[in-house]
Design a protein around this ligand. Structure first.
Ligand code: ZN
Length: 303
């Protein structure tokens, strides 16, 4: 773990402790409040304000392929995607970025009333051709997590097997430069497919059963290094966020990613995230809602 992460982790632990202490003290403070004859409702409002000012509820949406025809198996059609984005804007959501979340937890950054993150996994070309113009039109920002080895490809690695086309580094750079889209990592080569990769396949980022801890650490560090080099070369920036392929993760993979300067990591657990000021760890293992063709987005978000 690097020096900076260690400091941030220690600071985070301290804030957690302070928050726990505050919660533990609430009954004592409440008693004092009663003796002083202050109104309970005013006390509750002040306590809630102190706690809620430091936390934010942030839902994150997860999309994959965008199709011209009605979407199947996790894909969403252009028409429905457009309707969903319109509904988000009408419901008063502001699409924020991971840089915004980082500014909130690590510094003085503020978040809008109803923040939301729109994310895409895998880096399909349809994100560039269909989703990007719609997002731009609605003034919504989004993050796309690309599979490094698949960028610009329509066949699976060296197998020659056809797959859904993925956008190129040039298209990625164009989207990134627009300010509408942020490109982040879904691993360089952490998305093995049964029948196409050497068996036994790796389950997302996880360690293989017959792999030593040292081999695994070396493998994952190298995967991160290759991705960092590609990002520098094509986008002129570092990777700072990773979405776990297949959502799979464990403590070991988590720690290695933090060691590789990830400020945030994402799973596929369907839950709204509570992020906390002064607690950078609250940006790890973030949950996401997978959105499909039939998803009623506004209902999903509990509107
Ligand atoms: Zn994926």
């Amino acid at each position: 773990m690097g020096e900076r992460q260690l400091i941030l982790y220690r600071r985070g632990a301290l804030c957690f402790f302070a928050a726990a202490l505050l919660l533990a003290l609430l009954p004592v403070l409440n008693q004092a409040r009663a003796q002083l004859g202050l109104s309970a409702s005013i006390f509750r409002s002040v306590a809630a304000l102190v706690l809620t000012e430091r936390t934010a509820e942030v839902p994150i949406l997860l999309y994959h392929h965008i199709t011209e025809e009605p979407g199947e198996g996790g894909a969403v059609s252009v028409e429905i995607f457009n309707e969903q984005m319109t509904a988000l804007v009408e419901a008063g959501y502001t699409a924020v970025t991971f840089a915004d979340l980082d500014a909130f937890v690590s510094g003085d950054g503020a978040l809008p009333d109803k923040p939301i993150l729109i994310t895409f996994d895998d880096g399909y070309e349809s994100n560039y051709t269909h989703a990007y113009p719609i997002l731009k039109e609605h003034g919504l920002k989004a993050t796309i997590f690309v599979i490094g080895v698949s960028v610009g490809k329509n066949t699976y690695k060296e197998t020659g097997q056809a797959m859904i086309p993925h956008f190129s580094w040039e298209q990625a750079a164009e989207m990134e430069a627009s300010g509408v889209i942020t490109i982040e990592s879904h691993g360089y080569d952490l998305h093995e497919v049964a029948g196409l990769d050497e068996e036994p396949i790796r389950l997302g980022i996880l360690r293989k059963e017959d792999e030593s801890l040292e081999d695994y650490r070396t493998f994952l560090n190298e995967d991160c290094d290759v991705m960092q080099a590609l990002f520098q070369e094509h986008l002129g920036k570092s990777v700072s966020v990773t979405s776990f392929p297949l959502g799979k993760n464990d403590l070991l993979s988590q720690l290695i990613l933090v060691d590789n300067n990830m400020i945030a990591t994402l799973t596929t657990v369907a839950e709204t995230n509570r992020i906390v000021k002064g607690v950078p760890q609250s940006l790890h293992k973030l949950g996401r809602y997978a959105v499909g063709e039939k998803t009623d987005l506004i209902r999903l978000l509990g509107e």
